[in-house]
Structures are given as structure tokens and as C-alpha cells.
Write a protein that binds this ligand. Structure first.
Ligand code: SF4
Length: 227
């Protein structure tokens, strides 16, 4: 992809989704961390329903660290993978309480040491809670970036690196939100709405998607690579 095309794609995305931001609801970095752990293979809407009650009753690191796992499971049962997530959230709260003075660390390496926190989750927390420029690659970002030719990759890590190589650093956080919004609104995994897409003129996947791209995106989804 030519640099000029990348710039035009980013301009169009910016104009199309000027207010793009995370749809997860939170009031503290810890709450965002918990919400992001819960969001693996779960919609943001479902996570927000779960956390509205969980955070109303147990808003802090201390409160969640004290909560028995079985009680935590009751709150998050509708999230999918709830037993694993409950264990990870409880352990994470206990580690923050014991080693970080009940705060959330602000480096990727430290975040990724926490149970249930992969690179994507760490980047979501860094970008949204601490305003660090980072590109969190979820299924939408991976799919849309590859369809648009911004990346040519088989893993979220490759996609992240390739996007960082071509997108100016000051736009990483916003670009991540723009690509997610585009994936949710128009560039759906199945049946993307290319006929309504403002990027169609620049998109190498329009008007007909290559079948191997679709297969590739589905494989990445099913392998749970977006953690
Ligand atoms: S033209 Fe189609 S494939 Fe390309 S970005 Fe738009 S919706 Fe996605």
C-alpha cells in the first residue's frame, strides 16, 4: 500500500467515525482492566451489563480481591469462559493489592504478567486508561486492516507491528478505534457492506472479497488469538 493511500484511508476513517472510542464502561483503570478481560469472546454490550452490577457492588481492587471466586462467577456467568475469567480476575486483583498498592501498572510488560492479560488487553488498558499510543488488535482490527491492505498478516501480533510501521504514532490509539468501528458498522466478517463503504474506492478487497481472507479471519477468531 502506498503511503498516500494509507493517509487517505486514515482521513476517511477519521471523518466517518470522529467520536470513536471504547464502548466498555468503566470509571477506573482497574475497572477497564476487568472489563477488557471479560470482553474476550463476549460483546461489549454484554460486558457492560455484567460490570454495571459487579462494579456497583464491588468497585475497587480490594473489594474484588476479597470476593470469593464462586461469587465472582455468579456475576459474570453470562460472559462465556466465566470460570477461567473469574479465576483470572480474582488473581489479578490479589496481585494488584499485594504488589502494586492496588493500582494498575502502566507498562505493557507488567500488565502482561497479570493472569488473563494478553497483548491486546494490555494495549486496550494502556491506550484508554493511560493515554499511551498503542494499537490493540482484536478480530475487527485484524480483519479490516488486512482487507484494506494496511496489513498482510496471519497473526494479531504481525498486524499490530505492520500497522505501527505505516501509521504515525500519534494516531495509533485513534486508528485502533476507527478500525473497530468500521468492522462493527460496515466491514462485517460476513457480508461486508462494500456498496456503502466510503473506503471502497481505495480498498483492494472491494467489491469482491477473496475467499482465503474470509477463511483466515475465521481461523484467527476460532483460535482465540485476541486476548
Ligand atoms: S470496501 Fe468492503 S472490504 Fe473494503 S473496507 Fe469497505 S466494507 Fe471492508
Amino acid at each position: 500500500m502506498l503511503a498516500g493511500d494509507t493517509a487517505r484511508i486514515l482521513e476517511i476513517l477519521k471523518d466517518t467515525y470522529p467520536n470513536a472510542q471504547t464502548e466498555l464502561k468503566y470509571e477506573t483503570p482497574f475497572q477497564l482492566l476487568v472489563a477488557t478481560i471479560l470482553s474476550a469472546q463476549c460483546t461489549d454490550q454484554r460486558v457492560n451489563m455484567i460490570t454495571s452490577q459487579l462494579f456497583a457492588d464491588h468497585p475497587t481492587v480490594e473489594a474484588v480481591a476479597r470476593l470469593p471466586v464462586s461469587r465472582l462467577e455468579d456475576y459474570i456467568r453470562s460472559a462465556g469462559l466465566w470460570q477461567t475469567k473469574a479465576r483470572n480476575i480474582k488473581k489479578t486483583a490479589q496481585i494488584l493489592l499485594a504488589h502494586y498498592n492496588s493500582t494498575v501498572p502502566q507498562t505493557r510488560d507488567e500488565l502482561m504478567q497479570l493472569p488473563g492479560v494478553g497483548r491486546k488487553t494490555a494495549n486496550v488498558v494502556l491506550a484508554n486508561a493511560f493515554n499511551v499510543q498503542a494499537i490493540a488488535v482484536d478480530t475487527h482490527v485484524h480483519r479490516v486492516a488486512n482487507r484494506l491492505g494496511l496489513a498482510k498478516s496471519i497473526s494479531p501480533e504481525q498486524t499490530e507491528q505492520q500497522l505501527m510501521d505505516i501509521i504515525p504514532e500519534q494516531l495509533w490509539k485513534n486508528a485502533h478505534h476507527w478500525l473497530i468501528q468500521h468492522g462493527r458498522r460496515l466491514c462485517h466478517a460476513r457480508k461486508p457492506k462494500c456498496e456503502r463503504c466510503p473506503l471502497a474506492v481505495l480498498c483492494p478487497s472491494a467489491p469482491r472479497l477473496r475467499s482465503d481472507q474470509e477463511v483466515h479471519c475465521k481461523q484467527a477468531d476460532s483460535q482465540g488469538q485476541y486476548k
